[in-house]
Ligand binder design. Structure first.
Ligand code: CO6
Length: 316
């Protein structure tokens, strides 16, 4: 009614209500913006095309073609406000980022061989439980990456548990629920717990305890896309990994199906074959973590992923 009385085209109004509904306040704000654009829309940008269409934590609603919305000023609240605070603090520390390509064929086969049977038992089995376990096994060789700097700034705390936070893209925004004591859990335990956390995240029902206590973080950004990333350490943790999208790419292989050496290629004993690969990007707090440590840790992770039998051999 208010829109009609004020001749407002609702297609131009940015919704902030549940499920993208336009609420009374949106219309009033729009009217204000039209009548007094300087008040409602302080100069965020000189180009109105760059203005966000939908305010709020998840401002990804596309702008309808041909619509030039007004700039808006919206409060940063909730999860987004926490992110502003935590990411600003995180970027006070010097980061190092290290990237690696990991062959994925054997892990893919392992997952395929388990997925159907576990699915029949109602367990969703993605790559993540295997990758989380591989991370934990690699961490046990490099405990400095599962540590934090004590508040007094003069001591390191080496955490006995591998509490691995997993970045989740949820309706509420980016949340990082934690799978605790990964070093004691089977791959199946991890799959079941991940399923519970994903379900709770989708309902916006993650508890404070599920969201706290992490000692290391992983982000599977590859489930959305991308190859390399430069993840930001979540303080007080000292390291984080971002997993890229798995891709099938041509690679030189020797007769045993292993990566071919230059000599083998030059001798004509290599073939170009399709290989599943995934890129992984690690970031760490460079105050306490050296590049060589991350490189060695990454080599361990790569070993476990490329030869999951090794991972099985080390499981308790
Ligand atoms: N590559 C290719 N395909 C993938 C990948 C990768 N890395 N990961 C998942 N998938 C596939 C997966 O195999 C499933 O397909 P099927 O094989 O057909 O079953 C499908 O994608 C869906 O997987 P799903 O997301 O349901 O499950 P998964 O256990 O792999 O991941 C999750 C769970 C919670 C990690 C994920 O759903 C998620 O939220 N990912 C986004 C995390 C995120 O937003 N990170 C951003 C943090 S900020 O990292 C950051 C440095 C910056 C960029």
């Amino acid at each position: 009614k208010i829109a009609k009385e004020n001749n407002v085209n609702l297609a131009l109004v940015a919704p902030t209500g549940p499920k993208g509904r336009i609420i009374k306040e949106d219309v009033l704000r729009f009217i204000q913006g039209k009548q007094a654009p300087q008040k409602a829309a302080p100069a965020v940008s000189t180009s109105s095309h760059s203005a966000p269409h939908t305010p709020g934590p998840v401002s990804n609603t596309p702008v309808p073609l041909g619509v030039v919305p007004l700039d808006q000023r919206v409060p940063i609240r909730g999860i987004q406000r926490m992110m502003v605070k935590s990411m600003t603090e995180s970027l006070q520390i010097p980061h190092l980022t290290y990237c690696e390509e990991v062959t994925f064929d054997k892990l893919r086969q392992l997952r395929e061989s388990l997925k159907t049977d576990l699915g029949k038992r109602g367990i969703k089995f993605s790559y993540m439980p295997l990758l989380i376990k591989a991370t934990s096994l690699a961490l046990s060789h490099y405990p400095v990456l599962n540590a934090s700097i004590a508040e007094n700034g003069t001591e390191m705390i080496y955490h006995s548990n591998h509490n691995i936070g997993l970045a989740m893209d949820t309706p509420k925004g980016l949340l990082v629920p934690v799978i605790k004591q990964v070093q004691l859990k089977s791959i199946l335990d991890i799959a079941i717990e991940l399923g519970h956390l994903q379900e709770a995240a989708s309902k916006g029902a993650l508890s404070e305890s599920q969201l706290s206590g992490g000692t290391f973080s992983l982000s599977n950004i590859g489930s959305i896309g991308g190859t390399y990333a430069a993840p930001v350490v979540v303080l007080p943790q000292v390291a984080i990994g971002a997993l890229g999208r798995t891709q099938v790419l041509p690679r030189y292989l020797d007769k045993k199906g292993e990566p071919a050496s230059l000599e083998t290629i030059e001798n004509g004993d290599a073939v170009v074959a399709p290989v599943s690969v995934m890129n992984v990007s690690w970031s760490a707090d460079h105050r306490v973590v050296e590049g060589a440590t991350i490189a060695r840790f990454s080599n361990k992770f790569k070993q476990y992923v490329e030869n999951p039998a090794l991972m099985v051999a080390e499981l308790r």
